[in-house]
Design a protein around this ligand. Structure first.
Ligand SMILES: Nc1ncnc2c1ncn2[C@@H]1O[C@H](COP(=O)(O)OP(=O)(O)O)[C@@H](O)[C@H]1O
Ligand SMILES: [Mg+2]
Length: 238
């Protein structure tokens, strides 16, 4: 018998007022899998993650997380069940220290995190440990992305959604961020990864969903998409 998917979407549409930003999206994410969503700016990638997190009020279709419909579940309750969203633009607390930012991630979780868990997060990101007493606003873009990810790990993600972790970062820093993503994958964390940078996303995922104008245009393995063929123009724009 096949295991139940961690996340299942059936004909999901999402709206801003009358604007339909995501239309009829159906996809599944299995336990331990990394699925990337790629596509140009404005394709609806961020909106889809917000629909899954239930932070958008106007969502149609069925979303099941860990076997249960999320139709009447609050975003906070989903966080408590391990559905953790690292938003576009990181959104860390600039005037709090690195350590305080990580601790905040624990407050969303019933029972809260132990000191050891903050330590474990700092172990995973040694750069953050060096700066644990520093105000988060003084960190570089790459360090802020690491901080957003460390904070997310406090929620003990069963599904980790990363929205454009490479955005605005220099190539060397992107490599470093994806080394951490790879570590998470090896630990078996299920990941839904949104990226505009298709090559990076495909190199760091098992399967890919290509979106454009709010709709899915293609789904397949990341390896097959990387190899190119007719889909290349859709993904890479050449
Ligand atoms: N808060 C908003 N209000 C109205 N329209 C929005 C809002 N956010 C995004 N949109 C529109 O929804 C569409 C999808 O946007 P988005 O999900 O941010 O795309 P992506 O993340 O793929 O770049 C775009 O046409 C965008 O202009
Ligand atoms: Mg986006």
């Amino acid at each position: 018998m096949r295991a139940e998917p961690v996340l299942s979407l059936q004909k999901v549409s999402a709206y801003y007022g009358n604007l339909c930003a995501v239309r009829d999206v159906s996809l599944q994410v299995a336990a331990g899998e990394t699925v990337c969503i790629i596509g140009p700016n404005g394709a609806g990638k961020t909106t889809l993650l917000k629909a899954i997190s239930r932070v958008l009020p106007k969502v149609e279709g069925a979303i099941h997380y860990r076997g249960a419909s999320t139709a009447s579940v609050t975003p906070q309750a989903l966080v408590g069940r391990g559905l953790i969203h690292v938003p576009e633009g990181r959104q860390i607390f600039a005037s709090m220290t690195v350590e305080e930012n990580i601790e905040v991630g624990a407050f969303a979780v019933p029972g809260g995190a132990r000191k050891e868990e903050v330590e474990a997060a700092l172990d995973m990101f040694p750069k953050l440990r060096e700066r644990s007493r520093q105000l988060a606003g003084t960190l570089s873009g790459g360090e802020q992305q690491m901080l957003a990810m460390a904070r997310a790990l406090m929620g003990k993600p069963q599904l980790l959604m990363l929205d454009e972790p490479s955005m605005g970062l220099a190539p060397m820093v992107v490599t470093e961020i994806y080394r951490q993503v790879d570590q998470l994958r090896q630990r078996g964390v299920t990941i839904l990864l949104v990226e505009q940078n298709a090559r990076i996303a495909l190199r760091n995922s098992d399967r890919a969903v290509v979106m454009a104008s709010g709709e899915i245009r293609h789904q397949g393995t990341s390896a097959e998409l990387l190899e190119g063929g007719s889909i290349a123009s859709l993904v890479f724009g050449h």
